[in-house]
Ligand binder design. Structure first.
Ligand code: 13P
Length: 251
């Protein structure tokens, strides 16, 4: 089964209003008929302006970095899913390791966010991945399995088929240390095995699994050539248009 290939850029807390428009324009101008779907994930303040830049491009979609778990109400400083939908968002990151670490987001909370996003017809990009001490203890496979178990495996098979997974080992994020293509493949293959066991081989084969953590033009091709790696979730390198465009062309 052919899976959707994706090159997603997570801008994190970078780029002001004008810079965001310029970056989106540079990417949009350079990308004509990409091999992969391109997803831009700017900060909230740039969502609607970036959407205006990409709205006529079928191959570029808009994602948000987070949404609140409640639909509306007295939650000062938060952003609801309906607000995101109203500015053109189709994908939402869930459980990025920075939000797990700095905002105490638990597997249980993330399960509720996944439910909300799917109920609104959007696509969650569910992030998972282990810290260095867990990798060194050799328990990374079990750790990620538990993240999937507690946040995703309550879903019906039909619902599960609508999400994207991003494996982002924390030790590789922003460190310049990339997981080797073999390390990424091992984890992705194992995630696919778990999905097959929980649901079916068909669903496992159809699930897009991205790798994130120091993806750069120099390593993207080797990572994306692995059979279970369906693209990347790119942080730092997605802020430089020439680097991100080269990554998009690495499929
Ligand atoms: P870097 O590409 O900067 O390591 O960040 C990866 C990431 O966290 C994407 O969500």
């Amino acid at each position: 089964m052919s899976r959707q290939l994706i090159a997603a850029g997570n801008w994190k807390m970078n780029k002001n209003y004008e810079e965001g428009i310029a970056l989106a324009q540079a990417i949009s101008n350079a990308v004509q008929e990409p091999e992969a779907l391109v997803i831009l994930t700017p900060p909230f303040t740039s969502l609607s302006s970036v959407f205006e830049v990409i709205r006529d491009k079928k191959s570029i979609k808009l994602a948000a970095q987070n949404c609140h778990v409640e639909k509306k109400g007295a939650f000062t400083g938060e952003v609801s899913i309906d607000m995101l939908i109203s500015v053109g968002v189709e994908y939402i990151l869930v459980g990025h390791s920075e939000r797990r670490a700095y905002n105490q987001e638990s597997n249980e909370l993330l399960a509720r966010k996944v439910d909300l996003i799917l109920s609104k017809g959007l696509t969650p990009i569910f992030c998972c991945g282990e810290a260095l001490d867990i990798r060194e203890a050799g328990t990374h496979i079990d750790f990620v399995a538990n993240q999937l178990q507690e946040s995703l495996f309550h879903l019906s098979e039909e619902a599960f088929r609508r999400l994207v997974i991003a494996y982002e080992p924390i030790w590789a994020i922003g460190t310049g240390v990339t997981a080797s293509p073999e390390q990424a493949q091992e984890m992705h293959q194992n995630i696919r095995r778990l999905i097959a066991k929980q649901y079916s081989v068909d669903t496992a084969e159809g699930t897009t699994i991205l790798y994130g953590g120091s993806v750069k033009p120099a390593n993207a091709r080797d990572l994306f050539s692995k059979p279970d790696v369906d693209g990347g979730l790119v942080g730092g390198a997605s802020l430089k248009p020439e680097d991100f465009v080269e990554i998009i062309r690495s499929f």
